[in-house]
Unconditional design. Structure first.
Length: 161
């Protein structure tokens, strides 16, 4: 499918991918979220200094990044992220149920601000990837699936550790 045609994806596409837990929603209402953080431990000492939100629109796919240059900018990042996510009904992540969303919920709690996730349906693609590939592949890390299934090798990427 051409990237310019993504808005024509069927509204019920996410149902089978989520084992029926995600109700039909137009692709323009899907938000793809990923974070870059100051560590992997989680908890109150780990910050999401960069939050990327990808979205399908009439022209194809757009990425919006929320970047925190300094710790004092966290409240602003979280507020703008909530404002941006208000237009979406479905959150799509890869390992986001276990990591990205709980981390961001903690950051919202620390900032004494409500998080936007309760009203959104959440599809974590990691679980479907494991169902499909765990018996055939040694690892279901996103970078490994990209390489072994799609034949894509990341260029200039930094290790996630």
């Amino acid at each position: 499918m051409d990237i310019a045609d993504l808005a024509e994806l069927p509204e019920d596409l996410l149902g089978p991918l989520s084992a029926g837990t995600v109700e039909p929603a137009h692709p323009l209402k899907w938000a793809f979220l990923d974070t870059e953080t100051t560590g992997l431990a989680g908890g109150t000492g780990t910050y999401a200094f960069l939050v990327g939100v990808g979205a399908i629109d009439a022209q194809g796919f757009r990425l919006r990044q929320f970047f925190m240059r300094d710790f004092g900018e966290e409240a602003s990042l979280l507020w703008r992220l909530s404002e941006h996510l208000a237009q979406f009904d479905v959150l799509i992540t890869y390992n986001g149920k276990a990591y990205d969303q709980p981390l961001l919920e903690t950051r919202y709690r620390m900032a004494r601000a409500p998080h936007p996730f309760d009203r959104m349906q959440h599809l974590d693609l990691l679980f479907g990837a494991r169902r499909l590939w765990k018996l055939r592949l040694e690892s279901c890390r996103l970078v490994d699936l990209e390489n072994q299934i799609l034949g894509v090798e990341r260029q200039g990427d930094l290790p996630g550790r």
